[in-house]
Design a protein around this ligand. Sequence first.
Ligand code: SF4
Ligand code: SF4
Ligand code: SF4
Ligand code: FES
Length: 584
Amino acid sequence: MKMINLKINDRPVTVPEGTNILDAAKQVQVKIPALCYHPDLPAWAACGICVVKQKNSPKTLRACATAVTEGMDIVTHDPELYAIRRTVLELILSTHPDDCLQCLRSGRCELQRLAQEFGIREAPYGKRLRNLPPDTSTTSIVLNPEKCILCGRCAAVCQQMQGVWALEFLGRGEKTRIAPAADVTLDESPCIKCGQCSAHCPVGAIYEKDETHKVMDAILDEQKVCVAQIAPAVRVALGEAFGLEPGAISTGKIYAALRRLGFKKVFDTNFSADVTIMEEGTEFISRFTKQTGPLPLITSCCPAWTDWMEKYAPDFTENFSSAKSPQQMLSALAKSYWAEKNGIDPKNIFMVSIMPCTAKKYEIGRDEYMAASGVQDTDVVLTTRELARMIQSAGIDFNGLPEEPADDLLGAYTGAGTIFGVTGGVMEAALRTAYCLITGDAQPPSIEFNAVRGMEGVKEAVIDIKGTPVRIAVAHQMGNVRQVLDAVREDRAAGRKPRYDFIEVMACRGGCIGGGGQPTGATDEVRAKRTAGIYTDDERCTLRMSHLNPEVQALYKDYLDAPNSEKAHHLLHTKYHERKVYKR
Ligand code: SF4
Ligand code: SF4
Ligand code: SF4
Ligand code: FES
């Protein structure tokens, strides 16, 4: 790799060719302010706050969009640059409401932080608010264009990372605004509710639909038995809201916090991830060894992905695993199996899922299969961000909490369940169990399948199951899936056997650890730390294969009979069908 030598504020620095000035400056501990730039996205140079200069040159450069060149002599801070940045901020603030006190992003807003850093106290350009109404049409996210600073991050994420094209700029000049494509509502648009726009927005213009009040009301209702479940990826990210490093494993503290908030029982979605492997793994083995359905089998535990498939790739409906997501499995089991064991009427159970995900808010009401227990299985989904706010508002000292265990019957998990939180995890968990069930061996030669790990957009591998090759693909970040599906379509058109037997897809970059409901500020550096936390949690588990989970074994013995049984199908499986890309 060619290296480039330059100076930043008279300090020599050497960085790889192609590095932008903003990142080069970080090497010498200099932070250049930025607003529209995000390391996940190509620089768009929309806001102008990152201006810098070459020494002895009057010309300003945008540090986010300018690659370093040999011999550059960059000045990042001087009175003129300070004045330009301040003017940029004052102009942005002139069209931005001053209601920080009521804003969901207050305290974590990039614009608010810059306004504080620059000591902005006056409004020299007055106020020119646009009076644009919020779009509250989806059950997952809210778009408030009034707060939008037109940085373009959300449109770039939606179009380029996710390949959905649900958001775009409409209007011109002063009337420019961010809006769902074709100026319909978000609910009518192609949006798959992944929430990546909300996780990348620097301000409070796109955010999760806040449902904390519903949960507080249910907790106060004495007729209700409030029960919570937490998803794999939440445990390695929630701590960030309390000053912990990304990747810090807070499972026991989260159980403890939920009990202090008033939940009567706390279960773990990792348990139902193990159940998913029993159901989906059995489906795979049956299709693979007995040709009972089409291959490749495609995983279905990501609701943003299933929504995308139903809209953009309905020709793959038959390839989908009918297994529900772990969230929906656990809720259905809580309101049937657990309710029966404890003599509780499912109508009185209020089931709250804590998820890294905004799409899960949509999933709970997607069709009648989400009421397999006879009532709606999951009542409310809270994102990691919402749970953090609930803990903070209840005055709970999160870091001082003891580590508590989960409750019995639906709380025990294996390492295979926890790795559902990362890209490749569902596939790895399925392979661990499938290997044993196909060969009869106690465990695979290596419990870790490194070929499915890592941040490559599409990972392909051939797994040797004692002489039988299983051909797999793993895709994460929605925009990467088309190439995998197109390859299968190419095989179909040529009348060939499809090149993959099993495909895993997760809509978010890095999998759920990078979910749209996780604490904001995720970059690949943060995702890598959360991923490491998940793999550590797996390594710490005594049991690392789903079929060995004693509570899962008891569930089948006492209640479901066997994986894919009629009862298991009724509670734990669903159906998919084509949906329109635009509702109108
Ligand atoms: S939630 Fe996902 S699909 Fe919907 S607008 Fe945001 S980025 Fe696009
Ligand atoms: S909604 Fe947020 S991310 Fe999108 S353009 Fe506006 S400020 Fe930027
Ligand atoms: S990858 Fe995970 S967090 Fe992202 S949409 Fe899918 S299930 Fe939700
Ligand atoms: S951060 Fe560089 S132009 Fe916006």
